[in-house]
Design a protein around this ligand. Sequence first.
Ligand SMILES: Nc1nc2c(c(=O)[nH]1)N(C=O)[C@@H](CNc1ccc(C(=O)N[C@@H](CCC(=O)O)C(=O)O)cc1)CN2
Ligand SMILES: Nc1ncnc2c1ncn2[C@@H]1O[C@H](COP(=O)(O)OP(=O)(O)OP(=O)(O)O)[C@@H](O)[C@H]1O
Length: 196
Amino acid sequence: MSTSVTGEKSNLREAVASRRRARSAGDRVLAAEAIALHAAALPALVRARRVAAYLSLPSEPGTAPLLEMLVGRGVEVLVPVSRPDRTLDWAAYEPGAVVAGALGVPAPTGPTLGPEALATCDVALVPGLAADHAGNRLGRGAGYYDRALADFTGVTCAVVFEDELLPHVPREPHDQPVDLVLTPSGTFRPEREQKP
Ligand SMILES: Nc1nc2c(c(=O)[nH]1)N(C=O)[C@@H](CNc1ccc(C(=O)N[C@@H](CCC(=O)O)C(=O)O)cc1)CN2
Ligand SMILES: Nc1ncnc2c1ncn2[C@@H]1O[C@H](COP(=O)(O)OP(=O)(O)OP(=O)(O)O)[C@@H](O)[C@H]1O
C-alpha cells in the first residue's frame, strides 16, 4: 500500500465532504430527482430484474426517488447491511421498513440474505465520494464495497454529485472500478473495457 495514495485519498475525502456539507436542501432534492430521471433511462437498469442499491445518508446524492422508480417498475431492490468484519450483508428493500442503523446509515428491518445475495443482482448501485473518467471510485475508506465488488460480475454504477466526477481519482490495486457513473447531470460511461 502506498502511503502517498492513501494520503491523497483522505485529502480528497475531506474536500468532498466539505463541499457536500455546503449544499442547500433545495439542491439536494433536485439532485435526487435528476438522478432518478437519468437512472430511469439507463439501459442496464431498464433490463434489470434485481438491483443492489443503498439507502442514502443525508450528505449523499439522495436515492429515495431512484428506489421508488425501481420498486414502481417491479424491480427487486436489495440494500446493504454493514457487518462488523467490514463485509456487506443484504436485505430486500421494503418502502417504510427502514430504521437508523450502524454508522449513521439507514438500515432495512427485514431478514438478511447473506453477502452472497449480491451475486444475484444484475446491477449494483454504489455510493461514492468521487469517481473519475476511468471508472475509479473513491469510497468512505472502509473497503466495504471494494471487498463486496471484487467478484461481482454484474454492471456496477457509482452515484455521485456532478462536481465529484473528476479527471483523476487516486487508485490502489484493490480498488474496484465501476462501469458507469450516475450524476444529476447524466450518466457517464468510463473509458474501460465494458462487460458484455
Ligand atoms: N448510504 C450508504 N450506505 C452504505 C455505505 C455508504 O457509503 N453510504 N457504505 C459504504 O461503505 C457502507 C457503510 N459504511 C460506512 C462507512 C463509514 C460511514 C461514515 O463515515 N459515516 C459518517 C457520516 C458520513 C456523512 O454523513 O457524510 C459518520 O458516521 O459520521 C458510513 C457508512 C454500507 N452502506
Ligand atoms: N478485497 C479486499 N480484501 C481485503 N481488504 C480490502 C479489499 N479491498 C479493500 N480492502 C481494504 O480496505 C481498506 C479501505 O480501502 P479504500 O480506502 O480503497 O476504501 P474505499 O474504496 O474508499 O471504501 P469502500 O470500498 O467501502 O467504498 C484498505 O485498507 C484496503 O486494504
